[in-house]
Design a protein around this ligand. Structure first.
Ligand SMILES: CCCCN1C=C(C(N)=O)CCC1
Length: 359
């Protein structure tokens, strides 16, 4: 027996195991023109490999709800029907392999319009297909980053609508799980944190006001996402800024509200809001935050962050610290991690029939 290879049911969806792929930006789409943000062969091969490798749920990389919501010009998007058409090829293959297809829908906020990480990740201007970022407040992410435009109340409502439209397109594209990106210092996280949110209207100041946008996005997505399909939320449990930023205490409070608003599981990461903070990075360094939410609320959680070994992953579940584990870079290094872990733990993985369903 291995907890890692027990199926997990969320609403009407049964994920075959607890080895899940975390959303990870690949910055590999075209940056401009009619194919901007459209998935290609590269994306198909990337996700197909991890499905064939036995991963139970794949959460596709941050897929932008609008062009200006991209992190880089090379991000995937789900703001038009051309993008939907191309994504159907990925979801069809994943389902045929018995892997649940998920998608992270995202808006980058003040961290938008930056270059690919392997090119340094610096802000890019119009000459490099960049654009003017937006945010809750006119506070730049860091030195050398542009001062973002402060969103008006009407513009906030417009972005909320873009998240709902993205969820409708995700359904049309064949996804069975949607994850709202509320982590890593992007737009939703920028509203949560008092470090980036200096607003004095109904969206800033108190905990209720700073969490208003996140909950409005959840409500708007839930209103269009089928009742029988799961909705996930990714959060940075802490900004690592002590009391000056978003804290683990606030994460526990928000987790309860997210569950009331129809979120089925919380994907618990950390950081990304401010540069130059000290993060105690190490094997499973974020697991304690997932464990705390699981211990203090009834919302299921997934743990992520330097989880690389089958025994390490099994222990997180056996200790009741999380309901599933998310692998990121480890799945870049080894697309077949799940099958290898099943061998190592002596657990059965999917049957041949489960790999060869009709498309
Ligand atoms: C604070 C962790 C940041 C890890 N990254 C997250 C990204 C994301 N889109 O959430 C993209 C760049 C790296």
């Amino acid at each position: 027996f291995a907890a890692l290879f027990e199926p997990y049911t969320l609403r009407s969806v049964t994920v075959p195991n607890r080895v899940w792929m975390a959303a990870m930006c690949q910055y590999s789409a075209e940056a401009f023109g009619p194919n901007a943000g459209v998935a290609g062969d590269w994306h198909f091969a990337h996700y197909a490999a991890r499905a064939t490798g036995g991963t139970g749920l794949i959460i596709q990389e941050a897929t932008a709800v609008s062009p200006e919501g991209r992190i880089s010009p090379y991000d995937l998007g789900i703001w038009n029907d051309t993008q939907v058409e191309a994504l159907r090829r990925i979801t069809g293959f994943l389902k045929a392999r018995g892997t649940v297809p998920g998608i992270q829908i995202a808006h980058a906020g003040r961290k938008a319009s930056t270059d690919r990480t392997w090119k340094g990740g610096a802000p890019v201007g119009p000459d490099a297909h960049g654009w003017q970022p937006v945010a809750p407040s006119a506070v730049p992410f860091a030195e050398g980053h542009p001062v973002p435009d402060e969103l008006t109340i009407d513009e906030i409502a417009e972005v909320t609508g873009q998240f709902a439209a993205a969820a409708e397109r995700a359904l049309a594209a064949g996804y069975e799980v949607v994850e709202i990106h509320g982590a890593h210092g992007y737009l939703i996280g920028e509203f949560l944190s008092p470090h980036s949110n200096r607003r004095t209207d109904a969206y800033g100041g108190s905990f209720e006001n700073r969490t208003r946008f996140a909950l409005e996005v959840v409500d708007a997505v839930r209103a269009v996402w089928p009742e029988e399909l799961p909705l996930l939320f990714r959060i940075s449990a802490t900004d690592w800024l002590e009391e000056e930023g978003w804290t683990a205490d606030e994460t526990v409070r928000l987790a309860r509200l997210l569950q009331e608003h129809g979120v089925d599981l919380l994907d618990v990461s950390t950081g990304g809001l401010a540069p130059g903070v000290t993060i105690p990075v190490g094997p499973g360094y974020q697991v304690p935050f997932a464990a705390r939410v699981k211990a203090e609320t009834t919302l299921p959680v997934a743990a992520v962050g330097l989880i690389t070994e089958p025994g390490q992953a099994e222990k997180i579940l056996a200790n009741g610290e999380a309901d599933a584990v998310l692998l990121g870079r480890e799945l870049l290094r080894d697309p077949f991690w799940a099958r290898r872990a099943a061998e190592e733990l002596g657990a059965p993985i999917r049957t041949p029939e489960q790999y060869h369903r009709s498309w």
